[in-house]
Design a protein around this ligand. Structure first.
Ligand code: F2R
Ligand code: MG
Ligand code: MG
Ligand code: MG
Length: 337
């Protein structure tokens, strides 16, 4: 239960803490730490400001509500929830540049095939944005006791409602698979080598299926992660150059996985922080798409370290905490019944 709740609360905290830094170009470990210190100090005051979540969480909550309601994937229902939340929200959630056109299509036309608007995006190429990966954590929880093929099928369907480019679909699956593996890992210290080897094996298989033998971008990035972890301290520019920090799935999911693994060890300037806190602060410090990279890294870290590793002051500062906790508990009950 602690790990289910840790996973979703980890995602929430990553989103809410990452949002103020999204695309600001002003991220260092120092600046993120200062922000976190302020949030922690503010919380004790009566009129502490709540940190709002973004599209990452808004869509994740819809995925959870729909999976729980239908005890599985229901395309029409999930699409309806995505669009309803987007149009009802009074808060600006900073959605991706093109995905909202899909919501408009769903709302303005009656579609027998709800996947059609996503297939039509980008002149038929489909989106390779990270919007699939940012909301996929509940799929890994829902499929906790199932094999990775079942997880792949569910992940594909949830993602394809908005993202049909293979890079978008595989990115979401990589994120889901990372959570699924971590959730099932009880050893300490964390078996990094075995975890990465398993992810590489799976990604080679699916990348070959999707693109043919010559194409293998995500698993190559996983190999880069291995190299980086062997170096004492990799320059931030090199990480951004090799792994990415942008709104594409390929340019952010491997970065999130790296953030979790890097934060298993001490990080300069974060000595007094636990591994969950290090993961989120470090992920944000890489800049660019900070809310989403921290959401995905936070979900993985929370699934390993559990709810107790996430400071209460962080949790209580986030909009959507109660609903996130409720969904996590219900997913736990569903997956373990
Ligand atoms: N929207 C933001 N942040 C604002 C950052 C603006 C950024 N510079 C930008 O270019 O958009 N955050 C939220 O968006 C991300 C999730 O996006 P999602 O749901 O994947 O949306 P979309 O619209 O499908 O894709 C995002 C952008 O990726 C590029 N893109 C995707 N597929 C493409 C293709 N086949 N060809 C060319 N470009 C493609 C486009 O620029 C899309 O706008 C998360 O960070 C979330 O927090
Ligand atoms: Mg966002
Ligand atoms: Mg999206
Ligand atoms: Mg983002």
């Amino acid at each position: 239960m602690s790990r289910f709740r840790g996973c979703l609360i980890g995602a929430l905290v990553g989103d809410c803490f990452g949002k103020p830094f999204e695309e600001t170009g002003k991220t260092t470990i120092e600046s993120v730490k200062k922000f976190v210190d302020n949030v922690e100090a503010e919380k004790s005051k009566k009129n502490a400001k709540i940190l709002h979540y973004t599209d990452d969480t808004e869509m994740r909550l819809s995925v959870e509500a729909s999976l729980l309601k239908h005890k599985g994937f229901d395309a029409q229902d999930m699409a309806k929830r995505f669009a309803k939340e987007y149009f009802a929200s009074k808060i600006y959630r900073n959605y991706g540049g093109h995905v909202t056109k899909i919501f408009s299509d769903w709302s303005s036309k009656h579609l027998e095939d709800v996947f059609l608007p996503a297939r039509q995006q980008f002149n038929g190429a489909g989106s390779y944005g990270n919007g699939g990966g940012m909301r996929i954590a509940p799929a890994a929880l829902f499929m906790y006791n199932e094999n990775s093929q079942k997880l792949k099928e569910l992940t594909d369907k949830i993602t394809q409602l908005t993202h049909t480019h293979n890079l978008g679909i595989l990115g979401a699956y990589l994120q889901a698979q990372a959570i699924h593996l971590v959730l099932n890992t009880t050893e300490s210290p964390f078996p990094t080598e075995r975890f990465l080897d398993k992810l590489i094996e799976t990604m080679i298989y699916y990348e070959e299926e999707a693109f043919g033998k010559s194409y293998s971008q995500k698993h190559q990035k996983l190999k880069v992660i291995k190299e980086f972890l062997d170096e004492p301290d990799v320059d931030k520019r090199k990480i951004i150059h090799k792994l990415g920090n942008n709104v594409t799935a390929l340019g952010s999911v491997p970065t999130s996985i790296y953030s979790f693994l890097r934060a298993l060890s001490d990080i300069d300037g974060l000595k007094e922080r636990n591994a969950f806190e290090r993961t989120v602060i470090y992920a944000i410090s890489l800049g660019g798409d900070t809310d989403t990279i921290a959401t995905m890294a936070g979900a993985i870290a929370g699934a390993y370290w559990g709810e107790e590793a996430i400071p209460i002051t962080w949790q209580q500062n986030c909009e959507g905490l109660a609903l996130t906790q409720k969904h996590a508990s219900s997913l736990y009950e569903y997956a373990n019944k």
